[in-house]
Design a protein around this ligand. Sequence first.
Ligand code: MAN
Ligand code: CA
Length: 240
Amino acid sequence: MHLLGIFQFFILALSLTVASEEGTSECEFRKNTCNIVSCGLPGRDGSQGPKGEKGDQGRPGKVGPTGIKGDLGSMGPKGPKGEKGEVGELIPLKAQITALQGEMKTLQDVMQKYRKVMILLGAKTVDDKWFAVATSEGTFEEGKRICSQRSGVLAAPKNARENRALQELAEQFNKNIYLGMSDEKNEGTFQYQNGQTLSYTNWANGEPNGGRNENCVELYTNGQWNDKSCTEKRLIVCGF
Ligand code: MAN
Ligand code: CA
């Protein structure tokens, strides 16, 4: 009983204190006191607010894949009529080609025959150089003169290929060939007809060995060279 009396007094004092404060609402009063004394149940929720405004537009999406190829277009309109062709322009051209082909065949046949005759007469080609037998019996001086009369020079091989071609002629005629070179002017130093010293040689073993007695050069049927007297009779081959 004593405790209850104190509690009731405390409540009364609190109520008076709160009620005397200016501006204090009843609701706040209730709120402050509900922790201490029991109150009624809270009211229901208010109704839903109005709908919000529409948001801003989002960023554009990624570029889509390439589309498939379109259909073939329809055929264009017919072009204008061409100019009148010149008389006999194409038909004779075909005939001319056929005629040319025939002439080429004839030429090839002729060349083939020339080649056979040339070989028989002792002519050979090496790259852009020609070798031709002029006579089977001539001294060095006769050989130089004969070739000069034919606008050529006494053959002088400048490389192994040319030497090989001359060897074949020597074999064919079974005779040694006088070459277009000598050391008449300067013993021991062989030079071509134009005065230049030799750029290619194919001396046989021990050659040259003739000194002042052998100032000219012969090419054996095996292709090797020997210095020899200039007054022998040898196969004369001209170079062109
Ligand atoms: C002969 C001549 C010479 C040559 C010798 C080689 O004597 O043809 O020029 O050098 O043979 O043995
Ligand atoms: Ca010799």
